[in-house]
Design a protein around this ligand. Structure first.
Ligand code: ACM
Ligand code: ZN
Length: 496
């Protein structure tokens, strides 16, 4: 079989430079799977301008195993040159991302450098390696999202889960429902700890469809897929404020200025609520070409449904009956999610839903959503294990380990915290691993950066090659990653 082989050559310039060249290093995160230094050195006489790549046709041969072939690459650095080969363009991107990190952190264009010779053969353990950013509680400009994508690319994270709707703000333009952004993207203020009411400082903003498409393209150029989340049927207060007829009581509602789990959710019994969800998802699928679309499903109280004639009529119509483990309303949520899951499937997409629909805090199986959905286990590590046991594809993202949202800087940056991320056991048979940053207390880019970094270094090793983790070996790699962050101007430790 002949396959297109992509090869990349870094061109050398003949000019000598008088300065002592800076030296690169293979201490990087995630650590490549197979890395052997060969004792040679590659002299880069003058740093290249970006993008000197040559694409040639050749036979692929048996070199690259089929396993995770899409992201597999081979990188050879000798005194003669640098050669990068892969079966796909994504593989080339992953190799470039490794090479970029191996070059000296402070290397400037035109400078000389030495790169220790090495043979790297690398591919990830999981096809799903994600980071989630909550843009509902706070809005972040397009430029900030692009910076986050640059950071993800450096860590070979390949999925950007974009949490776009919340009680506190709807952040994506939907042409058929303009009030979602006219009304739903603005709130009057944010809660103040220990006090009633809010601070009176408005929070607003949304992404136009054009901006969202631009983000999708920017991410794709870095080998990252953007997974939008429309969180159903809870966390929908901003949508209810925009279109009160979507709720059980009919409102009026306001975009939430408090955080937490709110009782007002989409009415699961009204026909036009189902139409609304359908229409929104059609526009979402048009904007985002991703394989996965996240449908939320978390933290949906059932008090409104219990008292709602429409929801109760739907329960009756569907013949849903409490069975000792599951209430009729819990089963109604599974049914509601299934409508959206089936819509995605009919369009060749796959839904991701939070584990709440399937399993609760006490590890009880409380629902039976379609097996076509991927379950994101956020409550406990065992939530993900239970999802696998129940026959679902599943993602590991437990709050106690992989939520990067904690407010206390010391808790975030200490050795104990790192170990918690680094040593998290990975259940058998999962699709991947995701870190999440919720933004109740993350108002701006500076806060995103120092909460994301340097912990993403540890997360990336959990995602890329969890079996090879070794905390002592990780520490020098972490130090080097921190040097790379600093050199790139990413303010990862503003307290210092
Ligand atoms: C979640 O943390 N509510 C998914
Ligand atoms: Zn209802």
């Amino acid at each position: 079989m002949r396959t297109r082989l992509l090869a990349l050559c870094l061109l050398l310039t003949a000019a000598c430079t008088p300065k002592t060249p800076v030296t690169g290093s293979w201490d990087l995160c995630p650590q490549p799977r197979n890395l052997e230094e060969n004792g040679e050195s590659f002299m880069l006489k003058k740093a290249f301008p970006k993008g000197i790549t040559t694409v040639i046709d050749a036979s692929l041969g048996q070199e690259l195993k089929p396993f995770q072939q899409a992201e597999c690459y081979r990188l050879e650095v000798t005194s003669k040159g640098i050669r990068l080969t892969a079966a796909t363009e994504t593989g080339i991107l992953r190799g470039m991302q490794t090479l970029e990190k191996a070059l000296p952190a402070t290397l400037q264009e035109g400078e000389a450098a030495v790169l220790p010779g090495a043979a790297v053969y690398d591919y990830p353990e999981f096809p799903y390696r994600a980071f989630m950013l909550d843009c509902g509680r706070h809005f972040f400009p397009v430029e900030t999202i692009k910076k986050v994508l640059d950071i993800l690319a450096l860590h070979q994270v390949n999925e950007f889960h974009w949490h776009l709707t919340e009680d506190q703000g709807w952040r994506l333009e939907i042409k058929k429902y303009p009030k979602l952004t006219e009304i739903g993207s603005w709130r009057a203020g944010s809660p103040v700890a220990g006090q009633p009411g809010h601070d009176g400082v408005p929070v607003s903003g949304f992404y136009t469809q054009e901006e969202a498409r631009d983000i999708v393209a920017y991410a794709a150029a870095r080998g990252i897929e953007v997974i939008p989340e429309i969180d159903l049927p809870g966390h929908m207060k901003a949508a209810l404020a925009s279109y009160p007829e979507l709720g059980c009581t009919g409102g009026p509602y306001e975009v939430a200025c408090e955080y937490g789990v709110l009782d007002d959710v989409l009415c699961a019994g009204r026909e036009h609520t189902l139409e609304f969800v359908h229409d929104v998802l059609e526009e979402v699928m048009d904007i985002f070409p991703s394989r996965y679309i996240h449908l939320g499903g978390d933290e949906c109280p059932k008090v409104r449904w219990e008292a709602c004639p429409h929801c109760q009529a739907k329960i009756k119509e569907l013949g849903l009956k409490a069975d000792g483990h599951k209430t009729a309303e819990e089963l109604l949520q599974s049914w509601f999610m299934d409508q959206a899951i089936a819509q995605l499937e009919a369009s060749g997409r796959q839904a991701i839903i939070w584990n709440d629909v399937l399993v609760d805090w006490s590890n009880e199986v409380i629902g039976a959503p379609s097996k076509k959905a991927v379950i994101a286990g956020w409550m406990r590590p065992v939530s993900t294990e239970i999802a696998v046991r129940e026959g679902y594809e599943a993602i590991l993202c437990p709050v106690g380990h992989l939520y990067l949202s904690a407010a206390d800087g010391n808790a975030l940056k200490g050795d104990a915290y790192f170990r918690r991320v680094y040593d998290l056991p990975v259940p058998e048979g999962i699709l991947g691993v995701e870190a999440c940053l919720w933004s109740e207390r993350v108002p701006n880019e500076e806060d995103i950066l120092w909460k994301l970094l340097p912990r993403l270094s540890a997360v990336s090793e959990l995602q890329w090659n969890p079996q090879a983790r070794n905390y002592e070996g990780f520490l020098p790699r972490l130090q080097r990653m921190e040097a790379l962050y600093t050199a790139r101007g990413w303010n990862w430790n503003p307290a210092e």
